[in-house]
Design a binder for this molecule. Structure first.
Ligand SMILES: CC(=O)OP(=O)(O)O
Length: 145
């Protein structure tokens, strides 16, 4: 699955211990340019190859927040329409570069409250092959069945 989750997921249908996986298509230099334009973050490490080499990064790297945006998509794809993301956070652990495929592996660690005002907590790790690049967590309110 890459995008467009259309199935509604209800609070009642979720269990602690449920797992999910979400894979992004390869990161592109166009995405880095578009994210720079949208955010205003024009740090040259995200688009200037020679500058990034001189900075010791081995080439351009994706904005951390772009990678976090991918993590957020993994959350919203799992949650489906009608869900409300109430909290999301992440740590950037290793660079993501154009051409990298980030695969997110998530699990449900908590379920609190009732179907009308309950929240689920998700923990997710993002990998490029077997390299952990981002670790995150989110609190999501799902609709009642
Ligand atoms: C938060 C963030 O995206 O930072 P950077 O542009 O340094 O990756």
């Amino acid at each position: 699955m890459t995008s467009g989750q259309t199935e509604r997921r209800s609070f009642e249908a979720v269990n602690v211990g449920d797992r999910f996986e979400f894979s992004k298509p390869p990161v592109t230099t166009m995405q880095l340019a578009m994210y720079a334009g949208a955010s205003g973050d024009f740090n040259r490490i995200h688009y200037d190859h020679h500058f990034s080499i001189e900075a010791g990064l081995g080439g351009v790297i994706a904005h951390g927040m772009l990678t976090m945006g991918m993590l957020a998509q993994a959350v919203t794809e799992w949650a489906g329409p009608g869900a409300l993301v109430r909290d999301i956070r992440s740590r950037f652990l290793s660079p993501v570069r154009p051409g990298d495929v980030v695969v997110f592996k998530g699990n449900i660690t908590e379920k609190n409250g009732s179907p009308v005002n309950g929240d689920c907590r998700l923990e997710l790790d993002g990998y490029v092959v077997d390299r952990l690049v981002i670790r995150g967590a989110a609190t999501v309110r799902l609709p009642a069945a």
